[in-house]
Design a protein around this ligand. Sequence first.
Ligand code: PSU
Ligand code: MN
Length: 303
Amino acid sequence: MHQYLLFSPEVAAARAAGKAIVALESTIISHGMPYPQNVQMAREVEQIIRDGGAVPATIAIIGGKICIGLSDEQLELLGTSPDAMKVSRRDLPFVLSQSKLGATTVAATMICAELAGISVFVTGGIGGVHRGAETSFDISADLQELAQTSVAVVCAGVKSILDIGLTLEYLETHGVPVVSVGQRGFPAFFTRESGFNADFQLDTPAEQAGFIRTKWALGLKGGVVVSNPVPASEAMPKEEIDAITLQALGEADDQGVTGKNVTPFLLARIKALTAGRSLVTNIALVKNNARCGAALAVAMLAA
Ligand code: PSU
Ligand code: MN
């Protein structure tokens, strides 16, 4: 086993028994949602995965180790510590060698999941190409990670804080397939449609698993985006979220927010500007993704 990996008892038992395991990220807890909803969401999502026949493995960096599966106290720590670092690929050696508390992004969680032998990962939304990237160069490291690390990522698409069209172009260039579940359209996180299509619609876990297995059997390294739209009853009105997104983007610009702070800033502003309603939708879509990801992880075990 890798020297930096530390498995929780639940995940270690699942590995020994050959059970389906689903990875979960921790930046969504530390930087994506406020306390206490973040910790409550994390616990409920873990339970949904158990109910779906798989074992949840929330991933974070604690005490110089990559922790695969967290205790209740560790979830609480991530949800409440203001000094938890947002850790992407470039930050991993720092936070590990300095024994800092680190919350892993989609990119870093993919790296850790692959090290741990976990091939399915559930989150809310992935990072992408930011609007104005032609001058800011702000393209999430999540996209490069999807190009090279072999983990399937279940998400609800990408937020319209990003340039969704350019994000899909970037993924195409890097050979990352975008699969959609239940519809052809690529979802836009808070809403079911983005105006863009996914590459392939695969509705059943067996079909999704067959696609992913085939990609890797061909030696085609890298991830697969499995985009699962927010349930219609939980989606936000498009006009409202579009207007609020524009306002949040303007504020980020005015305040000179850059680098890794951009995404957490925008998430927090959108939550405030919707009086918390975006948070309700956010939690609902992560839970929906947990159901999808658990079923996919179980299907991945079938021959
Ligand atoms: N999008 C969300 N919620 C999140 C994130 C993105 O709707 O919590 C987090 C994820 O951890 C993602 C990261 O990997 O933000 C992307 O950050 P950046 O844009 O700085 O790469
Ligand atoms: Mn960025």
